[in-house]
Design a protein around this ligand. Sequence first.
Ligand SMILES: *Cc1c(COP(=O)(O)O)cnc(C)c1O
Length: 421
Amino acid sequence: MDHFLYKDGALHAEDVSLAQIAAQVGTPFYVYSSATLTRHFKLFNEALEGLPHLVCFAMKSNSNQAVIKLLGDLGAGMDVVSGGEYARAKAAGIPGERIVFSGVGKTRAEMRMVLEGGVRQFNVESEPEMEALSAVASELGVEAPITIRINPDVDAKTHEKISTGKYDDKFGIPISRAREVYAMAAKLPGLKVIGIDVHIGSQLTELAPFELAYNKVVELTHQLRADGHTIERLDLGGGLGIPYERSNTAPPLPMEYGALIKKCVGDLDVEVEIEPGRLISGNAGLLVTEVIYLKNGENRDFLIVDAAMNDLIRPAMYGAHHDIVPVVEPAPGVETSTYDIVGPVCESGDTFAKQRTLPPFKSGDLMAFRSAGAYGAVMSSEYNSRPLIPEVLVQGDQYAVIRARPTFDEMINRDTIPEWL
Ligand SMILES: *Cc1c(COP(=O)(O)O)cnc(C)c1O
């Protein structure tokens, strides 16, 4: 459920008309609903009620300061994958003890920064990383709390570019070698083993792969405890999928996912962390764009819009589907047309949808891409020298620009021409 609905014939974010935002901010822009973000976070929190737990928002899905602050104020922790994300979390007021540091390629500089600033735990992904962390922590005279990310060799049944839990993926330590690696961790100075981490992929639409992976974690917990390790925390990752197409059957609900977690690990006397990103932010955001031209091709009609692949790359990168809706509510029973929706960038991949059946559009009309709150703005670039588009946050009847569109000068002045040129 989200808070983007038609009221009086116009699409709104909560109580604010999107046409009104477009008039003030200009198109294209991202808009997020505070109510939807809040609702999604609370669904996870309630789903784990009864278990000691922390819901850590995967910041890579949406790392705007305002979004982080909103979720942090609700009690969320943060899952960060870089020094930059860590700095963002801290800047938004998230205390170190609620920040988990994930990622396959943490540098020593990042480790130092995070150890100095405070961290809940490192999710370590390889032996060389473990040795580096041991060295950095020892140098600083501290102990780094760690879980080790295990790769359970489970097929997440999702898009290959977002699968992370098979042996062919670059993530984690093969579960078959886990005991050996934990034994090594226990001997290294500067490390404190506290648990196990697993994350098998993104946009999972079934619970079965989670169950397979979590049951392997349970078995490993017993083995590692028998080996003498302290396993008091399980980080069970993120990855629960969202309905990108309203017409499709919906993925499992957070409540069902929570019930599965309780069933699998409820008796282990552990604290549970989960790291949802997409499910919290995805359907809490839209991208609003204006049709520049309707171009009638030889055998298809193109709607050329002012958003492009640099603003929202998911369709070009993963062939992802985004539902597209008009900002002016179509009259009931209106005759539909079929369009290719494309951006202005000089790449054939700059296509948002092919042969999509929609109400009629003409130049100057506004449309919204739904489910754009996750992996949208964070993946954008200035390709074709298109300035990053603004982000807007709505709460009730108020809204604010939470990242402004840079001017051309701001964009250009980041380059430096050397004096010898
Ligand atoms: C990407 C990622 C997540 C979040 O995945 P979603 O599908 O957005 O829930 C969580 N944990 C880790 C380690 C990740 O890499």
